[in-house]
Design a protein around this ligand. Sequence first.
Ligand code: G
Ligand code: G
Ligand code: G
Ligand code: MN
Ligand code: NA
Length: 253
Amino acid sequence: LRPGREILTAIKRDQFYVVYQPVIGAKDLKVTGIEVLMRWRHPTAGEISPDAFIHFAEAQQLIVPLTLHLFDLIARDAHVLQTLLPPGAKMGVNIAPGHLHAANFLDDIRDFAHSLPPHHFSIVLEITERDMLRYTEVTKLFESLRNEGYEIAIDDFGTGHSALIYLERFTLDYLKIDRGFVNAIGTETVTSPVLDAVLTLAKRLNMLTVAEGVETPEQARWLREHGIHYMQGYFFSRPLTLEQFVAWHPPEF
Ligand code: G
Ligand code: G
Ligand code: G
Ligand code: MN
Ligand code: NA
């Protein structure tokens, strides 16, 4: 299998599909939005990991057509998603650096926004911390995006390098705390001082916090007691196909 060469074919043959992971408000435990994740089911190779195909798409200069295809897939589902999510629901989409730097990025996001039912979804662009190093020249773009009402999340926070300087340089809306931190709650030590400090830092920067990879009720409780704003993870729900999302009910606490 040569994933790069096959990406365009796979788009044409409708081999990509999307899954949605609910994001839960920490106060009322209601669904406030979703993160959209892309999947590729290859007819012979089976499920191909997004880490692999996103990497290949970037290397082959195909990340823009692939992400535009993702936007089309979301638009197809949007009328159903609208019935499952409250007005103002956040829709988190992962953005690869190769797309963010493309000349048409802002237009692509506007087109995507216009393809959705009006006034229902609020688009959150998830940009990984490890990519932040390459973003010194995107201050203006971030400003334009935020002025037009799009929100920006720093994804996988805690896994990259030299990220703190970027928190001062850019105004960002959400800090998504990598699941590595969440995993450590209640295991390594009784307290989680680094995670505690990260939450305090986010508060000082006026950023909202999202905990990723919440797998147990103990983790959810710790996070809520320490002021997390939003949570997502297997405890609440795995990423779901649209069909599965329609049938899904949040866990009882
Ligand atoms: O293999 P797994 O159990 O993770 O599949 C989860 C769901 O993904 C199933 O409900 C299946 O219908 C859906 N799915 C798998 N491949 C495709 C695909 O190519 N297109 C769409 N739309 N859904 C798919
Ligand atoms: O989706 P998990 O289920 O396996 O995702 C693995 C990695 O792939 C994560 O880092 C996730 O952000 C990334 N990923 C999943 N879907 C997309 C997508 O549509 N675009 C980009 N750029 N990355 C994605
Ligand atoms: O990098 P990003 O945060 O966009 O990717 C999210 C990844 O985390 C996806 O691969 C998704 O399937 C995975 N994920 C979501 N919830 C959980 C969880 O509770 N535990 C684990 N181990 N992975 C999760
Ligand atoms: Mn993400
Ligand atoms: Na993440």
